[in-house]
Design a protein around this ligand. Structure first.
Ligand SMILES: CCCCCCC/C=C/C(=O)SCCNC(=O)CCNC(=O)[C@H](O)C(C)(C)COP(=O)(O)OP(=O)(O)OC[C@H]1O[C@@H](n2cnc3c(N)ncnc32)[C@H](O)[C@@H]1OP(=O)(O)O
Length: 304
């Protein structure tokens, strides 16, 4: 895999970026959908910039903490490589039904790593389609809850918005401050923020760089709930457990149907939903769920 990486990417990296390239190759990173992951397990304790734990009575919730405390969880290439690897491995793990993604109490993530980007060139970003691989959160099939305390800025806000459910701690701050460093949102901020909070507030945030707090984020529909910061992660895990105990196939299909509503018009979306709905009649878990209801017992899902 590192060979593929070196052929495809390393040759066009500017010299200052090459050490990062070698870290990426460790996790066989080349983009969700395009990569061939070398490991499918979740036993990987080798991560340096994320911490993975398993939660819930059935240990079917994966809790991922971004962990670069000295840099307020700034999203460097090696952290992204680890996160990509972890999320892909959860998708392949039949025991995991939901993921909670969080940071520290001070920062979910203060954005993409500015120190890493400082000396990048147009030549490099264009030829390597820089950031194209960072869509992995959105591409993950397992539902993801973002539990956001503290700063969610720039790429941090974009990663949070790529998740399926957003819960905020009462100290959270959401912003797209890229304009104040001479650039624009590059990880979907101009699109997802606008869809979430509407044009005027998105423009205000993106054009001024000023963040909004958790309460405003809840009022404007960017997050669905706000909790005291100390209990945020536990609350997210509780919801994640409810999701993880459903049929995993049904949960993935629900996610796919809702995601589609962002990309297509109503008629197309309704057609797509009905097609997926019909397909549940080919799934064991649909029969089991309905039978369990009729027989007044708990369903026994088999993820098939
Ligand atoms: C879906 C995938 C995502 C795709 C990403 C697409 C492109 C994204 C672009 C961006 O995200 S650009 C970056 C946007 N973020 C920012 O501009 C925020 C920058 N940080 C700050 O303004 C401040 O750090 C803060 C968050 C307001 C906190 O201020 P405070 O005074 O409390 O702490 P500091 O002393 O400033 O920071 C501590 C430590 O952390 C380092 N750091 C903080 N943010 C970053 C960052 N984004 N990149 C690199 N390093 C960061 C900061 O430099 C300090 O470290 P030292 O310099 O002291 O070693």
């Amino acid at each position: 895999m590192s060979r593929i990486f070196s052929i495809a990417t390393r040759s066009i990296l500017p010299r200052s970026y090459r050490p990062v390239a070698s870290q990426l190759s460790k996790y066989s990173l080349a983009g969700h959908g395009k990569i061939f992951y070398s490991t499918a397990g979740t036993e990987n304790n080798d991560y340096k910039e994320i911490i993975v734990e398993y939660k819930g009575k059935r240990q079917n919730v994966a809790l991922v903490r971004l962990h670069r405390p000295k840099a307020l969880n700034a999203l460097c290439a090696s952290l992204i490589a680890e996160l990509t690897h972890a999320l892909a491995s959860f998708d392949k793990n039949p025991d995991i039904g939901c993921i909670v993604l969080t940071g520290s109490e001070k920062a979910f993530a203060a954005g993409a790593d500015i120190k890493e980007m400082q000396n990048l060139t147009y030549d490099y970003t264009y030829k390597s389609d820089f950031l194209a691989n960072w869509e992995f959160v959105h591409r993950t099939k397992t539902p993801i809850i973002a539990a956001i305390n503290g700063y969610a800025l720039g790429g941090g806000c974009e990663i949070a918005m790529s998740c399926d459910i957003l819960y905020a701690g009462d100290n959270a701050k959401f912003g797209q401050p890229e304009i104040s460093i001479g650039t624009i949102p590059g990880g979907g901020g101009s699109q997802r923020l606008t869809k979430a909070v509407g044009k005027s507030l998105a423009m205000e945030m993106i054009l001024t760089g000023k963040p909004i707090d958790a309460q405003e984020a809840e009022r404007k529909g960017l997050v669905s709930k706000v909790f005291p910061k100390e209990v945020l992660v536990d609350e997210a895990i509780k919801t994640a457990e409810v999701i993880a105990n459903q049929s995993k196939m049904a949960a993935r299909m629900c996610k796919q149907a809702v995601q589609t509503s962002f990309n297509v018009g109503l008629d197309e979306g309704l057609k797509y939903e009905r097609t997926i709905f019909h397909s549940t009649f080919a799934v064991h878990d649909r029969k089991e769920g309905m039978t369990a209801f009729v027989e007044k017992r708990k369903p026994n899902y088999e993820d098939k």
